[in-house]
Design a protein around this ligand. Structure first.
Ligand SMILES: [Mg+2]
Length: 261
């Protein structure tokens, strides 16, 4: 009986695997494997999040002692800043399926992302200090209900419509920060992408934004708290440019920018 089962199941599994591979042939997302494994498992990743949020707490305590005309507020990004979407990256690898907004929404609609280390505690710290925390994210407005549900289920403070500001128009967060700045003094920004901090970083020039980071180095660890995301980000735009490339072309580009000895 066991032999019979193996004889039936193994070829079946083999045909499923082959069909999947054929279906998504050439769409391999294997370049994401190490970054995703690091993000999901490395204790160094967890330590970096704690380091970022510990620094954020210390800086906020100092900032609220200063006199200001408008009330202080904190701005945080959501994805890979407060919640962990690495299961989506893993699913891209498993299915050999690159990012599309439909695929992304399949994930966010589940409202199952987990909190990143130190993130919930930081949001609660802001609440204790009576400092408003705003989530400015490039999730689209039609993801609002699922996003609030997800944040709320994890115990995040300020998981409410007034404080979760998603993308209704352009991806730049400048206009949304400017609107907030009319009523609040934004004393701290936390994100995994330079564009979470300032429009200064939107045009990164010819050196992947290296000189922009250098000329703003005093802000990092102070007003700007940057968290790690090796899986994706605006930094990739400098890699692929504006052209639509096949997965194979992208692979060639990735190899072409490597600097060896
Ligand atoms: Mg992010």
């Amino acid at each position: 009986m066991k032999k019979l089962l193996i004889a039936i199941v193994v070829p079946l599994l083999w045909s499923c695997t082959t069909n999947n591979a054929t279906k998504n042939e050439g769409a391999s997302q294997d370049h994401l494997i190490m970054a995703t494994i690091w993000y999901q498992n490395a204790p160094e990743m967890k330590a970096l999040y704690h380091q970022g949020f510990n620094l954020a707490k210390a800086n906020l305590e100092l900032a609220i002692k200063e006199k200001r005309t408008l009330p202080a507020a904190v701005v945080v990004d959501i994805d890979e800043t407060m919640v962990d979407n690495s299961p989506f990256e893993a699913e891209e690898i498993i299915r050999n399926q690159p990012y599309t907004s439909e695929f992304w929404k399949e994930w966010t609609s589940k409202a199952r992302a987990k909190a990143l280390p130190g993130a919930v505690e930081f949001s609660q710290f802001c609440k204790e200090k009576e400092v408003q925390l705003f989530y400015i994210s490039n999730r689209k407005v039609d993801e609002l209900a699922a996003t609030i549900k997800n944040l709320d289920s994890l115990g995040f403070a300020y998981a409410m419509e007034s404080n979760v500001i998603l993308r209704s128009a352009e991806s730049s967060k400048k206009a949304r920060r400017d609107t907030l700045s009319k009523s609040f003094d934004i004393v701290l920004l936390i994100g995994d992408n330079l564009n979470d901090f300032s429009e200064l970083f939107e045009d990164r020039g010819n050196d992947w934004g290296a000189s922009l980071v250098e000329s703003n180095k005093e802000e990092f660890g102070r007003k700007f708290i940057i968290l790690p995301n090796p899986m994706y980000g605006d930094w990739e735009k400098d890699l692929y440019g504006k052209e639509t490339l096949t997965e194979q072309q992208k692979d060639s580009v990735r190899r072409s920018v490597l600097v060896g000895f």
